[in-house]
Design a protein around this ligand. Structure first.
Ligand SMILES: *[C@@H]1O[C@H](CO)[C@@H](O)[C@H](O)[C@H]1NC(C)=O
Ligand SMILES: *[C@@H]1O[C@H](CO)[C@@H](O)[C@H](O)[C@H]1NC(C)=O
Ligand SMILES: *[C@H]1O[C@@H](CO)[C@H](O)[C@@H](O)[C@@H]1NC(C)=O
Length: 293
């Protein structure tokens, strides 16, 4: 009996020390009724960086939390993870409406995501100059949308198996079941046209733009690899960094890295035999973000 009490006290103490993903019910302006989950590591840094992680279609925030190594890196490096989640459009993000997510301050899921960032920065005294966004598939598409509509918020982004910002503009939905797959099958524009979509999503903005990493599998038959090539055309134009070289076998044998400029602003990775979704290589991403050495 005493031993059991002792054990349960010890267990409770262990659990109390063990950070977990928790839902935040109220976090500000939320026009499309998205959800917010947050992971604050036990050893949170002073003025922590914030990484927003956007789930693929059909997946919950909790499932995306379990899908990558981000939580263990948050534990060892003290940054906060935010997992927005949507239950609408088959759990796909709504990066398709010029009157909402595709325009700065106009609403949509994007505005709820920005409210989650604001809530996190103010609640945990986060560093507003170190806010990052990453995502897989629909989350990658939304990563490019967030970087386009809110360049003032995000320092850098990483998109795994997504499409360029505004690629879905004017479609009825951005789910894999939509009749209109023009975008996912590699809708092509000139770099200048793609760049204009980004510039038009925040007219008059002249500040810095998020640095971007674009990752895609060459064996992806759902969102064609051409979609990632289009996203690279877009950010190359917006960030004004030309392609400079390819490095084969980086970070692993199946990948070729496309370096733009000196690689600090823009990088692409294409994986031979890699399907949908290209698995996020978390340390490579965090090095690009500047969150680990
Ligand atoms: C987030 O915070 C910024 C800076 O304080 C503010 O301009 C913006 O309106 C806020 N956005 C939302 C959606 O709450
Ligand atoms: C299909 O989607 C593209 C954008 O991805 C859009 O430009 C085009 O107008 C859409 N086609 C139809 C028939 O709605
Ligand atoms: C990198 O090089 C450019 C220019 O030669 C090609 O157009 C790309 O296809 C190539 N990228 C990959 C992944 O091989």
């Amino acid at each position: 009996m005493q031993l059991r009490t002792l054990l349960s006290v010890a267990l409770a103490a262990t659990l109390a020390q063990c950070a977990s993903l928790v839902e935040v019910m109220s976090f500000g302006d939320n026009p499309t009724d998205i959800q917010m989950y947050i992971y604050v590591p036990d050893q949170v840094a002073t003025n922590p960086a914030v990484v927003v992680a956007l789930h693929p279609c059909g997946v919950t925030g909790q499932q995306w939390f379990s899908a990558t190594e981000l939580p263990s890196y948050a534990d060892s490096n003290g940054f906060i993870l935010v997992y927005p989640a949507t239950t609408h459009l088959s759990n796909c993000w709504d990066g398709l409406n010029n009157a909402a997510s595709l325009t700065h301050g106009q609403g949509g899921d994007a505005k709820g995501i920005i409210s989650e960032v604001n809530y996190t920065l103010s609640t945990y005294q986060g560093d507003a100059s170190k806010v990052y966004v990453m995502g897989g598939s629909s989350g990658a598409m939304m990563t490019n949308v967030m970087a386009g509509s809110y360049p003032d918020v995000f320092e850098a982004g990483a998109a795994y198996s997504g499409v360029a910002d505004a690629c879905f503009a004017g479609t009825e939905s951005a789910t894999p079941a939509s009749a209109n797959q023009t975008c996912a099958q590699g809708l092509s524009h000139t770099p200048e046209e793609w760049g204009n979509f980004v510039r038009n999503s925040y007219p008059g903005y002249t500040g810095r733009r998020p640095r971007m990493m674009i990752v895609h599998g060459l064996a992806d038959t759902l969102v064609y690899p051409a979609a990632a090539a289009e996203a690279l055309k877009q950010w190359s134009n917006v960030l004004d960094v030309p392609w400079s070289k390819n490095v084969t076998g980086n970070p692993s044998a199946e990948y070729t890295q496309e370096v733009y400029g000196d690689g600090t602003q823009l990088q692409g990775f294409f994986g031979e035999g890699v399907g949908h979704i290209a698995p996020p290589n978390v340390p490579v991403m965090l090095k690009f973000f500047g969150l680990i050495a």
